[in-house]
Design a protein around this ligand. Sequence first.
Ligand code: NAD
Length: 260
Amino acid sequence: MSVTIDLSNKTALVMGVANARSLGWAIAEQLLLAGCRVGFSYQGERLQGELEKLTKDHPNTWIQQADATVEEDLTALFARVKQEFGELDYLVHSIAFAPRTAMEGRFLDTTTEDWNTALNVSAYTLVACARHAEPLLREGSSIVSLTYHASQQVVPKYNVMGVAKAALEAATRYLAADFGEREIRVNTISAGPMRTIAARSIPGFGGLYDKGARNAAFGRNATSEEVGKLALFLLSDLGSGITGQTVYVDAGLSIMTVKE
Ligand code: NAD
């Protein structure tokens, strides 16, 4: 089912699409359906071919390489946004990473290096990207990122990523306060488990996914299309008045303990 909404005079930057399963792509699909012009940034040259393939039938798109932890890449990326669009309406941050070593053992054994990497890539980059975007953001524009319920409750093996997601959610509130005067909204979407590259790198993700499907109120996991539709709502004027929030789209998984 598609939502009828016209974003043909709007512009978006979607950061963090690796392939067609990426939640960033599910969000971009909804934006493109609504007529939005969309720029994409991808982490490294190895992803370029995939992005070219995904965007080739969408004339209102462009792509650029940018590692979100590299200041010069962000400077070049937002210069491109300015050149292509002039101004920016929507920023989508769909980026996370933690070294495998930090997700295999005990949280107690997290090294400083792994902690710094996970929190830098998965939380701080939202702040850095928002700061780079600030001069281009129109009044009433909107930022969304992606989080996960392991920020609130312990999910086995999620470890330092749970802490990074808690930081991302707190950063969302502080950014929303800073941007509040211009009514620029900042929200984060808490998605249930989805089969993506990032998820596959979490040890035991298969079991977590199956358990999610059994325990969720709907008796299934949420879909990436549902994530895309929530993002469309939060980014567009439909979400006006909502800022600083963590909004769940998980088919009612987080509200349950264990189903009877
Ligand atoms: P994905 O692997 O498709 O996307 C993650 C993206 O992060 C990739 O495109 C990767 O290139 C990018 N990335 C990593 N380090 C980067 C860097 N330094 N600079 C730029 N880009 C970088 O997986 P996904 O599941 O679509 O992940 C997107 C977001 O959704 C993440 O924040 C993830 O934590 C979140 N999320 C995923 C799930 C799930 O179950 N898949 C659930 C809740 C939240």
